[in-house]
Design a protein around this ligand. Structure first.
Ligand code: 5FX
Length: 536
């Protein structure tokens, strides 16, 4: 698991506190990956009895992870790295990423303990009584419907909340989680001196002090005004009243150097006392950094669900999707959009229309023309997130609903429909093509050139591919390198100019713009109709 460490120069570490495991990647100043390691929560820390890193409550909606499990995982990870021969004295800077939205509740007095950690014992031994709430709500939780409605009402509705914070109220977002905690666990909440996100909690462990949240991850709380970068007083008030600001601390730009590692790290693992801690951020913002997305770029991960990251100059939040402050340039923004009906739907149609073969699926795409003779398809096998719709809806060139298509036309209707939807919703959040725009395709389906060609034609932008396994972790290491003192003043992209480039996969067909600009307008009209017919 652990790559043998062969190192000469200085190191930069990126940690990723993800749902199922804690990962680390170490790079040198030339961006070579020197070491990678991980701790898998379920199998390596069985005493916490998690499944997939979480506990699911009896209601099926409450999903939590023990704070101490993350602490213990860090103890273990550092020991594994030490055994693999990593020389911590050469680490110049470190940073990290973490699952977004999860919240950690530090008990009164925990700040003092954090500041006095002793090198003779591990972190978990010293921090075991530091959490007022042992099990932290995480991003998979969906138990806060009531709190979401309250938060939206308090600021004048879903659109208004999105306008301020970048997203309408979402159950997993931290504002509603805090609101629920204050109400249902009043005693523990009263004993809390600080609330961290998982990212700032992890940074605090290295800093030996409460770490500021970064603007990127703080945008996933429904509490931050993404334009002023200050907490929205109206949202704070609705979530937990006036004392909340003190519990959250002041957020900072994601590239901030928070300080140096605490003496604990120097004494226990031989870190230099000059090793910088760069603010930690959420896994999605960190992935944007790991992929080195630039203005005008759009990254599409084609997996079980399809996820889109967009670099935005201006924030234009909508009722769907999320706008976060950009982790690379805090004056700009990024958007995140999730679509549930991705690869599983593509596989279903491959089985039904192409005899279970990807080659047959590809052939169908090659045999059918751009625009599919006007046939348009909506395939929401499970209730979609963006837009909130369900069912299969097919239309002919006259916008008449039809019940079936030929096998080839159906394959194209699915793939064109999926990418028209990705484009429509990205544009609604402010995505627009600029000279040099690229689509970066990742995930399983990005290996299929014919699927990529449709993506490329629908977006009318060249499509590139890149290997982004562990992009959040790598992004954290890149951010550490960028934040290190010797890089001071250089832009993120200058520091990373020698990182592996994405590969050009396909370029748009000459007819693409003409066909798909028009089809996108039709798609938007038809989507409205589908939503109207489905009702609220
Ligand atoms: C984003 O809003 C999410 O909830 C997830 O992608 C988590 O960040 C996964 F860790």
């Amino acid at each position: 698991m652990a790559a043998a460490a062969h190192q000469e120069g200085e190191l930069y570490l990126g940690f990723d506190f993800s749902t199922q495991q804690l990962k680390v990647v170490a790079i040198d100043q030339d961006l070579n990956v020197i070491h990678q390691n991980r701790v898998h929560f379920d199998s390596q820390l069985p005493e916490f009895r998690t499944e997939g890193g979480v506990h699911v409550g009896a209601d099926g909606l409450t999903v939590t992870s023990p704070a101490l499990m993350w602490v213990k995982a860090l103890d273990l990870l550092l020991e594994q790295m030490q055994e693999a021969g990593v020389d911590f004295s050469t680490v110049r800077a470190l940073s990290g990423s973490a699952q977004q939205h999860g919240s950690v509740y530090w008990k009164n007095g925990a700040g003092l303990t954090l500041g006095r950690l002793r090198g003779e014992h591990g972190l978990s031994q010293q921090l075991q009584d530091c959490f007022s709430v042992r099990d932290c709500p995480v991003w998979m939780d969906s138990s806060t419907g009531r709190q979401c409605r309250r938060l939206q009402e308090a600021v004048g509705g879903a659109a208004q909340l999105a306008e301020i914070t970048g997203s309408r109220a979402y159950e997993r977002f931290t504002g509603s989680q805090i609101c629920k905690m204050r109400k249902e666990r009043a005693q523990e909440f009263g004993e809390t001196e600080r609330i961290s996100l998982v990212s700032s909690f992890a940074a605090s462990l290295f800093l030996g002090d409460y770490a500021a949240m970064d603007y990127g991850d703080a945008s996933g709380m429904n509490l931050l005004d993404i334009r002023s970068k200050k907490w929205s007083q109206a949202c704070l008030e609705a979530a937990a009243g006036p004392g909340l600001e003190r519990l959250l601390g002041t957020p900072l730009p994601s590239a901030s150097v928070l300080g140096n590692v605490s003496p604990y790290w120097v004494n226990r693992f031989g870190f230099s006392d000059q090793c910088s801690v760069v603010a930690f951020t959420g896994d999605n913002p960190a992935s944007l950094a790991g992929m080195r997305l630039r203005e005008g770029d759009l990254a599409v991960s084609l997996g079980t669900s399809d996820t889109l990251f967009v670099w935005l100059r201006h924030a234009r939040p909508a009722l769907e999707g999320h706008v976060f402050v950009n982790p690379v340039d805090w004056r700009q923004f990024m958007a995140l959009l999730c679509f549930k009906n991705g690869s599983l739907t593509r596989e279903r149609l491959r089985n039904r229309c192409a005899g279970g073969s990807w080659e047959g699926f590809s052939a169908a795409l090659r045999q059918t023309p751009l625009g599919n003779h006007g046939y348009v398809g909506f395939y929401f096998d499970v209730r979609e997130i963006t837009p909130p719709a369900v069912g299969v809806h097919l239309f002919d060139a006259e916008d008449k609903e039809v019940s079936s298509l030929s096998a080839e036309a159906e394959v194209r209707a699915l793939v064109e429909g999926q990418f028209l939807s990705r484009r429509l919703h990205a544009e609604r959040l402010g995505y627009s093509v600029v000279p040099g725009s690229r689509v970066l395709a990742t995930g399983g389906a990005s290996r299929n050139k014919d699927i990529l060609q449709v993506l490329c034609d629908v977006m009318n932008v060249p499509v590139y591919t890149m290997d982004v396994s562990d992009s959040a972790c790598l992004g954290a290491a890149y951010r550490a390198l960028h934040g290190a003192p010797e890089a001071s003043g250089e832009s993120f992209f200058d520091v990373l100019k020698n990182a592996p480039e994405a590969r050009l996969a396909v370029t748009p067909h000459p007819e693409a713009q003409r066909v798909y600009d028009e089809m996108l307008r039709r798609y938007a009209r038809l989507e409205k109709r589908v939503l109207r017919e489905l009702g609220p």
